[in-house]
Design a protein around this ligand. Structure first.
Ligand code: S6P
Ligand code: ZN
Length: 206
């Protein structure tokens, strides 16, 4: 899969973005709710092997990985323009499953441009977003499901978690200069984890 993402700052330029500079097929984009595919666009795929260190139960992780390396999630980014004030968005699909008692999740990140906020729009399935404030370490677990929006403030690490039986499909809409910082989370992970307890999501300390 081609990768159009990574820990890069998309520097804004001061040039005004003109409607005529946007490709017609970036103005209206059709997507599939069953696969989160957008025809002709590269999709970043994350398999179980890409999430080493993310799950709390490392023995369960290694045992599952020894058997199979399933696709956990995929994201297609749409980047119509990168000038001042422009937006990018990502269409994500996170499949259902667990490692031990912990639900399948995304790596999670801060934005490289820390002040950049993001809006998640749930399109299908049921899940949660784990938010963690960088300065205070405060955690919030909020619902993300079909017909539900989640606001992720700037300076907030965010991770998506599928707590349901079906794929969780969502859009994340963010400033074009947001970028991704995976390093901070990769080195210390989120403070909290979400486990299944009596069939329901349960937030607890790592
Ligand atoms: C980008 C936005 C999403 C995530 C996607 C995958 O700012 O938050 O498109 O990239 O949910 O998560 P992650 O943590 O692997 O990038
Ligand atoms: Zn983000």
């Amino acid at each position: 899969m081609l990768c159009g993402r990574g820990a890069l700052i998309h520097f804004q330029n001061s040039k005004k973005t003109m409607l005529s500079s946007i490709l017609p097929n970036d103005l209206s984009v059709a997507f599939a709710l069953d696969s989160a595919c957008i025809a002709g666009r590269p999709m970043v795929e994350r398999r179980l092997s890409d999430l080493r260190g993310c799950f709390a139960d490392q023995a369960a992780y290694e045992a599952d990985l020894a058997v199979a390396n399933p696709l956990l999630y995929a994201v297609t980014a749409v980047e119509p323009a990168s000038g001042d004030g422009q937006l990018h968005y990502g269409l994500g699909i996170l499949y259902p499953g667990k490692i031990g008692e912990e639900y399948y999740l995304t790596k999670g990140h801060y934005h490289l441009h820390r002040a950049a906020a993001e809006i998640y729009v749930g399109l299908r399935g049921q899940g949660m977003m784990l938010l963690e404030d960088e300065a205070s370490g405060e955690s919030r677990l909020v619902e993300l499901r079909q017909n539900c929006c989640v606001y992720v403030p700037g300076h907030t690490a965010h991770r998506t978690i599928n707590t349901g039986p079906d794929p969780l499909v969502y859009l994340g809409i963010y400033p074009s200069n947001a970028g991704h910082d995976y390093g901070a989370i990769a080195s210390r992970n989120f403070r909290k984890i979400v486990l299944e307890h009596d069939g329901k999501p349960f937030l607890t300390n790592r």
